[in-house]
Design a protein around this ligand. Structure first.
Ligand SMILES: [Zn+2]
Length: 287
């Protein structure tokens, strides 16, 4: 991925491909070779999703978008950075809603919270050149979902959305790429390239790039916005920032977040344990 938004040209939005989210600089991560992909296992995700009705706040088109049935979700815990995992489906793939007619896209929690001036910006910056999606899909592969997230991020830039919204999209996109890698590894989604190790490494690098953008955006949002932010309280967000900053080697931020978290009297014991563990990791890399 040359840029987080590369690929949007296919939707008629080439101008957004090289846009800067918060004006960042590039940094490379360590390559790590992987084994061959396992064999693809047939499965059907349709039993987990249904077509939910939406009305577009930009073009007033009524449409249906695939949505996960909450009753079908069985938790399998979470990663150290609180990325949730579920049996049989990754609901993260379905969090972005896309209007197939005008290209307006946003995470479900933000879809209807569009001001009239923002709707105008979306019309000018997205809808004007967006190529309508003739036959929207009823289940998403990781690549479909990633394109939807790219479109949501493009919309967030165009509508001058808050830093927290853009950062949250970057965080979820990073999680999505981790999900894609796991789906290849487990045979849930077929690997179709010809250099597995190279493509896995590219996913790792792209995940780090997205996490870096998420950390930067959230640090910015912490200074200018109020909690709850994207549905997260201050402790949860500070912890996610700390873990993500650790992955992208921004140790000063890890330290800052941990000091803030561990200095709080009301921190719950689980969060405290996770912070102490992270502090140990930080000590180990700081030696
Ligand atoms: Zn629309």
């Amino acid at each position: 991925m040359a840029n987080i938004l590369s690929g949007l040209a296919n939707l008629g939005l080439a101008g957004l491909e090289n846009v800067n989210l918060y004006e960042t600089e590039d940094k490379k991560a360590e390559p790590k070779p992987k084994e061959e992909p396992p064999v693809f296992k047939e499965h059907d995700e349709r039993e987990y999703v249904f077509g939910k009705s939406h009305s577009c706040p930009v073009c007033y088109n009524d449409f249906k978008a695939p949505t996960v049935r909450q009753s079908k979700l069985r938790s399998k815990g979470a990663d150290s950075d609180l990325r949730p995992r579920f049996a049989g489906i990754d609901p993260l793939k379905y969090d972005v809603i896309v209007c197939p007619k005008c290209g307006y896209a946003a995470l479900g929690r933000f879809f209807d919270t569009l001001t009239p001036p923002q709707a105008k910006l979306v019309k000018e910056g997205i809808s004007r050149t967006f190529r309508s999606i003739r036959s929207p899909k009823d289940v998403y592969k990781y690549d479909d979902a990633f394109t939807n997230y790219q479109l949501a991020l493009g919309n967030a830039v165009v509508k001058r959305g808050k830093a927290s919204e853009k950062a949250y999209l970057c965080l979820k996109m990073a999680w999505l790429l981790r999900g894609k890698k796991e789906a290849w590894d487990s045979g849930y989604e077929p690997y179709q390239g010809d250099s597995y190790a190279k493509d896995v490494e590219e996913l790792n690098q792209d995940e780090l790039e997205l996490l870096k953008n998420a950390v930067e955006g959230f640090m910015n949002a912490r200074q200018t916005e109020t909690f709850p932010m994207c549905g997260m309280d201050e402790n949860t967000l500070d912890y996610i920032i700390a873990v993500s900053a650790m992955k992208v080697e921004k140790y000063d931020i890890v330290s800052q977040m941990l000091n803030s978290l561990l200095g709080k009297a009301g921190l719950n014991s689980r969060m405290k344990d996770m912070c102490i563990e992270l502090k140990e990791q930080l000590k180990a890399v700081s030696k």
